[in-house]
Write a protein that binds this ligand. Structure first.
Ligand code: GTP
Ligand code: MG
Length: 172
């Protein structure tokens, strides 16, 4: 198959927010309850067809949220077209961490804010919710980034997230 375009996407956010789960659902349609923290970095490929018929290859980098990998994570931004910044709606610390990541992504790595997605994951855990959808949206407005709530567990908004991002990338 002829590939028309290749895009690099980087997934960032504090540990345990569900970055790898979002990626595994998107690429393999699989979800694991068991937590296996990412060590270093990992990347996955997925080829999709856009609404305009273009064949797009996505190279999606899954970084480690653990603090000890912060420097390594920074080195993986090179060549990234867009960024998915994830927090966990049950964990306020993860939202504060996401704000730090947004600042770094915009100020140090120069990724356009309209190509950044702030994602509130674990939306299935409504009874444990600590961050309202409005709080997430307000943070996205502050930095001019896109916003969605997802559930990797229930496959909610996962495809929508990547579809929206790719439609935007191909339109540039
Ligand atoms: P690091 O690799 O350490 O940075 O973590 P991560 O952000 O990749 O998190 P990971 O995807 O490994 O998920 C962490 C834990 O949260 C796992 O036990 C997952 O099963 C769980 N999890 C991930 N997404 C969801 C979700 O949408 N809903 C629920 N209920 N649990 C989730
Ligand atoms: Mg991971």
């Amino acid at each position: 198959t002829k590939i028309d375009l290749v895009f690099k996407i980087i997934l960032i956010g504090q540990q345990n927010v569900g970055k790898s789960s979002i990626l595994n659902q998107y690429v393999d349609r699989e979800f694991a309850e068991h937590y296996m923290s990412t060590i270093g970095v990992d990347f996955r490929l997925k080829t999709i067809k856009t609404s305009s018929g273009k064949i797009v290859k996505l190279q999606i980098w899954d970084t480690a949220g653990q603090e000890r990998f912060a420097a390594l994570t920074n080195s993986h931004y090179k060549g990234a077209h867009s960024c998915i910044c994830v927090y966990d709606i049950t964990n306020p610390k993860s939202l504060a961490s996401a704000e730090q990541y947004l600042q770094t992504t915009i100020n140090q790595h120069g990724i356009d804010s309209d190509l950044i997605y702030l994602i509130g994951n674990k939306s299935d855990l409504e009874d444990q919710r600590k961050i309202s959808e409005k709080e997430g949206k307000d943070l996205s407005y502050k930095y001019g980034v896109n916003f969605l709530e997802t559930s990797a567990k229930n496959y909610l908004n996962i495809e929508e997230l990547f579809d929206q991002m790719v439609e935007h990338l191909v339109s540039l």
